[in-house]
Design a protein around this ligand. Structure first.
Ligand SMILES: *Cc1c(COP(=O)(O)O)cnc(C)c1O
Length: 382
């Protein structure tokens, strides 16, 4: 089974380009909201870094989500896309002064603070403006995630967050500062997580931390469990929408929230990955010494995930129904890692065929670069 694509519209476009399926994005957001709204105190912030395309952001903000930002540029982009400042959270280990000032000037909902020195600077900059910055502390919970090593973030060895041993001292510091208001704790353990057991482990950790804090009369108004829900890269056609019910139910069952406590989520990939495909054309079919190559006009600069994370993306030949042949699908960039997939079965390829590289809506267009002086490609949402 292949995905359905507007082939007539594609025929007129210069390749390669990103294609976003607006109907699927809207359906995904509906499914997300339906499940989230079963829990009155759950709030979802869309992780801007997964896909910052203006049209995609427009649809996501229309659906009423908040925004999760990791830079000043993202805070600005989120505001321009219509996300209300009152629903913007901002994390990042290295926030520059101008970025903090921008967030203060716009009175965003919350800074997710990743170190004591950062907290001190936020307090100082807020004082200079006569403001009070709302903060959550990002805690490194030392919880592993069964995902690619480069996309785990919640292990003691990772650069993110405040170590659990330092947590109480930093909370005390926050509560003593005049220009910050301590709201609660933030966590984010990694990305492309499909094993709900990983999120359960996070819940267990938070339950323990919360019990200990309560013994010291420290109450959390807000808990933010980050994002990381994965998608099916193998079966985009059969599983186009992630299991949001199982995800939210895991937190509802396992996390022991206190009366009135608000729970925040920061989902990126799960919302936008499946609605995007990278559409590329076969330039040449080359018989090498040992294998056949389908050489396409998209490269690792357009979609870097396979080269960077060894990530798998399903590929479909939209122009051919001929019996399958086996190809390495490769780009034109002068790097041996410019390979989308190896030894892969595709309907026989010919020069000019259109291929869809699926599940490319997250960490695709946003990570594109101009290596080899290749211009950034266009994107179309239909
Ligand atoms: C990247 C990121 C997310 C989103 O991760 P996904 O895997 O795309 O859901 C959420 N929170 C923080 C702090 C992040 O850095």
């Amino acid at each position: 089974m292949k995905g359905k694509f507007p082939m007539e519209a594609f025929a007129e476009r210069e390749t390669p380009f990103y294609y976003y399926d607006a109907a699927l994005l809207r359906e995904t957001l509906r499914a997300l909201n339906d499940e989230c709204r079963k829990h009155a105190n759950f709030h979802v912030h869309y992780a801007i870094k997964a896909n910052a395309n203006a049209k995609v952001l427009g649809i996501v903000s229309e659906a009423g989500l908040g925004a999760d930002c990791v830079s000043g540029g993202e805070v600005r982009t989120a505001l321009e896309a219509g996300f209300p400042a009152s629903k913007i959270v901002y994390a990042g280990v290295g926030k520059s002064d101008w970025e903090i000032n921008l967030a203060l000037d716009n009175d965003i909902f919350c800074f997710n603070v990743e170190s004591l020195p950062e907290l001190e600077i936020i307090n100082e900059l807020a004082a200079a403006k006569g403001r009070v910055a709302r903060v959550c502390l990002r805690i490194n919970p030392n919880v592993g995630a069964h995902t690619h090593a480069n996309i785990t973030t919640g292990l003691a060895e990772n650069k993110f967050g405040i170590a659990m041993n330092d947590m109480e001292a930093v909370i005390a510091a926050a509560r003593s500062m005049k220009n910050v208001r301590f709201l609660g704790l933030h966590f984010h353990i990694g990305s492309q997580i499909l094993d709900m057991g990983d999120f359960e482990a996070l819940c267990n950790r938070i339950n323990d931390l919360q019990n200990n804090l309560e013994k010291r009369q420290i109450r959390l108004e807000h808990i933010n469990v980050g994002g990381g829900l994965g998608i099916s890269y193998d079966h985009p056609n059969h599983l186009p929408i992630p299991d949001f019910k199982a995800y939210f139910d895991t937190f509802a069952r396992k996390l022991r929230l206190r009366e009135g406590q608000q729970l925040h989520f920061e989902l990126g990939r799960a919302i936008v990955a499946q609605c995007g495909s990278l559409i590329t054309r076969v330039l040449y079919v080359k018989q090498g010494a040992a294998k056949k190559f389908a050489i396409v006009d998209a490269g690792m600069n357009d979609l870097i995930r396979p080269a960077l994370y060894n990530a798998f993306h399903r590929i479909e030949n939209l122009s051919s129904d001929e019996p399958d042949d086996i190809y390495d699908v490769v780009g034109p960039v002068c790097e041996s890692s410019d390979v989308f997939v190896k030894a892969y079965s595709l309907n026989a390829c010919h020069r000019g065929d259109l291929l869809a590289i699926r599940s490319a809506g997250a960490y695709g267009e946003v990570m594109a670069n101009e290596y080899n002086c290749r211009k950034k490609i266009s994107a179309v949402l239909m």
